[in-house]
Design a protein around this ligand. Structure first.
Ligand SMILES: Cc1cc2nc3c(=O)[nH]c(=O)nc-3n(C[C@H](O)[C@H](O)[C@H](O)COP(=O)(O)OP(=O)(O)OC[C@H]3O[C@@H](n4cnc5c(N)ncnc54)[C@H](O)[C@@H]3O)c2cc1C
Length: 486
């Protein structure tokens, strides 16, 4: 009889684990509280022809996704098309200048020479610095489950290279004189929901990952990635139960024995992979309430999906409109825990690369603003429509004067929605923040705290973001197979 594994959640982390386990002969049952796969990778389709990805908009590290398909004898391109983007993002600074982060390194160098002529050598030094962090962290923190015995055997020079004793901002300010370039590099820790003014400079690994491996979009919408994972998991024999919420993990003799569903029904199993948020898994499904005090959540997001009945030639697929005072913005988010009074605004327009995403001569704007995780300091029930109006007015002041009249469809997502829909820790996007020097060590491990429980999600090792959660599913599945000697 094959061993029965229950996977809680059909987000990318759960799907990644389900694919690998089904391929290796386990009986895999995936229980998802919502009606669709993908977790935070969702879509909204408007009746008037606009389509929006409401979660991830940018992919990097394509080899991580390719490896998942290869690991079960398949080819990613048979399931979906990853489109390499010409630029990862276009940046608009508060002084009116702009800078395009081209994916081709030589073109990027030309752009740096054009906008920041005195910084080109500093950029070359920074690229090597970021690469050294990548080389030092890859084995320990990115491509393997966390292992202290492996860490103890590591080259002591690696510890120097990871630059854990500066903040990301302090390190960036060491390299560059132009405050705009510092701000550009300071943005990368937000990819994992952290503040550049608090997070260790180890997160300066992220620029290397984007610059070296490129930026990608999934043809038809990012949701196609989740649909492809789902299709593959079903082909390999995994069974999916949608609209089924797990409310309890059952244990017997200090080992998992089954789950309880919201309707009270119980099911037995040999092991569990939880793609549910790690803090929610421990605090609510296992009853270990104290766990939530141990962690700080990553930041959350306020999302406005706008169907805009006009085109804007100066915008790219991905755009950032920076605030004039980045430090103040992060202090508001992480210290005061309120929405920023002068926010940096991200606008992703997938119709720039994929015309079917909006009606002809119109654009699908996904507007994202970093938000604090949920706390009593900010009440979304009261503030939701006021903040929506504030953002639209701010966009008008950035030159989109007629925006209000051009909006043909809109949909709002608040941190409260992320918590309610996905059980995410305090409504966070990326699970646990990386704001502390030791965050990477404290992050919940893939082998859970109860025998037979494994964690595969952005709130577990190695962290948030689509490639990382795909790796999280890989580590959870591999550790499970190791324990079951498969
Ligand atoms: C607005 C936004 C923008 C983002 N932008 C990017 C980006 O550009 N690039 C990038 O790489 N990443 C981005 N991310 C982050 C990325 O979406 C996440 O890191 C990743 O999708 C998380 O996947 P996951 O598998 O860990 O969890 P989730 O996606 O949270 O999936 C968990 C699943 O488990 C289900 N579940 C939870 N509890 C239970 C239960 N008790 N019973 C049954 N089911 C349960 C949930 O419903 C959900 O479907 C973004 C996220 C958001 C919200």
């Amino acid at each position: 009889m094959p061993k029965h594994v229950i996977v809680i959640g059909a987000g990318l982390g759960g799907l990644s684990a389900a694919i690998r386990l089904a391929y290796r002969g386990f009986k895999v049952s995936v229980f998802e509280k919502n009606a669709t796969v993908g977790g935070k990778m969702q879509e909204v389709v408007s009746p008037n022809g606009y389509r929006f990805d409401t979660g991830p908009t940018l992919l990097t590290m394509p080899f991580v996704f390719e490896e998942l398909f290869q690991s079960v004898g398949k080819t990613l391109s048979d399931y979906l098309t990853l489109l390499p983007l010409e630029s990862a993002c276009k940046y608009f600074f508060s002084d009116g200048s702009s800078f395009t982060a081209y994916c081709d390194l030589n073109r990027l160098r030309e752009e740096i020479a054009r906008v920041f002529p005195s910084e080109i050598e500093n950029f070359e030094r920074y690229f090597q610095y970021s690469k050294r962090i990548y080389d030092a962290t890859a084995k320990h923190f990115i491509y393997n489950p966390l292992s202290f015995s492996r860490l103890l055997k590591s080259n002591p020079l690696d510890l120097l290279h990871i630059d854990a004793f500066s903040t990301a901002h302090a390190a960036n300010a060491r390299f560059f004189k132009d405050a705009r370039l510092v701000q550009f590099f300071d943005r990368f820790p937000t990819y994992v929901g952290s503040s550049p003014y608090l997070a260790p400079a180890t997160l300066n690994v992220i620029p290397f990952v984007e610059l070296a491996f490129g930026a990608f979009y999934v043809k038809g919408g990012m949701i196609e990635l989740a649909k492809a994972y789902h299709k593959l998991a079903e082909e390999l024999g995994a069974t999916f139960y949608f609209n089924h919420s797990i409310t309890r993990i059952l244990t017997s003799n200090a080992k998992v024995s089954g789950v309880q569903l919201a309707n009270g029904e119980t099911l037995t199993c040999d092991a569990i992979v939880s793609n549910d948020d790690a803090v929610h898994t421990y605090a609510d499904l296992l009853g270990k309430k104290h766990i939530a005090q141990k962690y700080e959540a990553s930041c959350s997001g306020f999302v406005l999906c706008l169907g805009v009945g006009a085109t804007h030639e100066h915008l790219a697929h991905h755009n950032i409109f920076f605030t004039s005072d980045y430090e103040h913005e992060f202090a508001e988010i992480f210290e005061q825990k309120v929405m920023p009074s002068e926010p940096t605004i991200y606008i992703s327009i997938s119709s720039k690369s994929d015309t079917g995403q909006a009606p002809e001569s119109k654009e699908n704007w996904f507007v994202l603003i970093n938000a604090p995780f949920l706390s009593p300091a900010y009440d979304w029930h009261e503030q939701k429509s006021a903040y929506r109006n504030f953002v639209v007015n701010r966009l008008k002041s950035l030159g989109f004067t007629h925006l209000e009249e051009q909006i043909e469809f809109e949909h709002i997502i608040t941190p409260m929605d992320l918590k309610m829909k996905f059980n995410s820790f305090r409504g966070s996007i990326y699970g646990i923040s990386s704001n502390k020097r030791i965050s990477a060590f404290l992050r919940p491990r893939n082998r859970g705290m109860v025998k037979g429980l494994y964690l595969a999600s952005g709130s577990a090792h190695p962290g948030g973001g689509t490639p990382m959660v795909t790796l999280s599913g890989k580590f959870a599945a591999e550790l499970l197979m190791e324990d079951f000697k498969v």
